[in-house]
Design a protein around this ligand. Structure first.
Ligand code: HSE
Length: 292
């Protein structure tokens, strides 16, 4: 039997749609895995009532099948589903890392990323790897079709999760089919700035590189209060603010000294539009960890 803690993640970071991701210090899923003749799944924790236990419909079922590793898998959800914090990816990442270890498959962390991404396809309809990559590998990740580049980065963050549900399928449904060249040029510049900021551990550059004029503006309409929360976070000292993954969570990069007041300000701004929320004061963190 193995127990794996896999962290929540924030994908896109604004300018890196379906490419960038970051492991978050908290929250996390904890998954206990035991070898069995066939795969069975049990889910407890935050939002567990919305998560199917049928292996055909659960992200970890697809992972167990891909690794030919049947098991009894108990998922204790710390990451709320439909939050924009990589909930299904955290479970898929934990299952991939745990089953690989339990069955001695010998795959590297990078090799496990596409396997966990297949699990993502079960819930979102697309096998994007930008959440599973950081949940498995930790740090800041760049997921390309040919592999993943990961760097350790120490950037303070606030994620603010409103009591709104946005499904990844719906949020992907509003993404435009194409973009104007001017917008692509701007977003490429921002993405490059963000990546250099991560490599240097510089919250100013990371924040400056989060702006995105292609996907985030259309998704903002799905999140009540998004613009006022974003403005409030900037006023409190955030260096960059954007939608976390497909939303509705909002993520702010910042300096450590401003983190607490940014969290309080974002909560107040959601409250002002009648939306309950919770904030995580966190930072870029480690990938999935095995506890025997
Ligand atoms: N890159 C994905 C999206 C992350 O924004 O749709 C959510 O799963």
């Amino acid at each position: 039997m193995v127990t794996v803690r896999a962290p929540a993640t924030s994908a896109n970071l604004g300018s890196g749609f379906d490419v960038f991701g970051a492991a978050l210090g908290r929250p996390a899923d904890v998954v206990r895995i035991e070898k069995a003749d066939r795969t069975t799944i049990e889910v407890t924790g935050v939002g567990s009532q919305y998560i199917p236990e049928d292996p055909e419909k659960n992200t970890v079922g697809a992972v167990a099948e891909a690794l030919e590793a049947p098991a009894h898998i108990q998922i204790d959800k710390g990451v709320r589903p439909a939050s924009g914090l990589g909930s299904s990816a955290a479970s898929a990442a934990a299952a991939a890392v745990g089953l690989n270890d339990l069955y001695g498959r010998g795959l590297t962390r990078e090799e496990l990323v596409p396997i966990a991404a297949e699990g993502e396809a079960v819930v979102s309809g697309a096998a994007h790897a930008d959440n599973v990559a950081p949940s498995i590998m930790g740090g800041f990740t760049i997921a390309r079709p040919d592999g993943v580049t990961a760097v350790d980065a120490s950037i303070p963050l606030v994620t603010c999760l409103p009591e709104i549900v946005v499904s990844t399928r719906d949020a992907r449904g509003v993404v435009p089919d194409g973009a104007r060249l001017e917008d692509v040029v701007e977003v490429v510049g921002n993405a490059a700035t963000l990546a250099i900021g991560m490599a240097r551990g510089d919250p100013e550059l990371v924040g400056r590189g989060m702006d995105d004029s292609i996907v985030s503006p259309v998704r903002a309409d799905l999140i009540t209060g998004y613009e006022s929360v974003r403005s409030a976070a900037f006023e409190a000292g955030a260096t960059g603010v954007t939608i976390s993954g497909a939303g509705p969570a909002v993520i702010a990069a910042c300096r450590e000294r401003d983190r607490r007041s940014i969290a309080a300000t974002m909560l107040d701004a959601f409250d002002a539009v009648g939306v309950d929320a919770r904030a995580y004061q966190t930072a870029i963190g480690r990938g999935a960890e095995i506890f025997e």
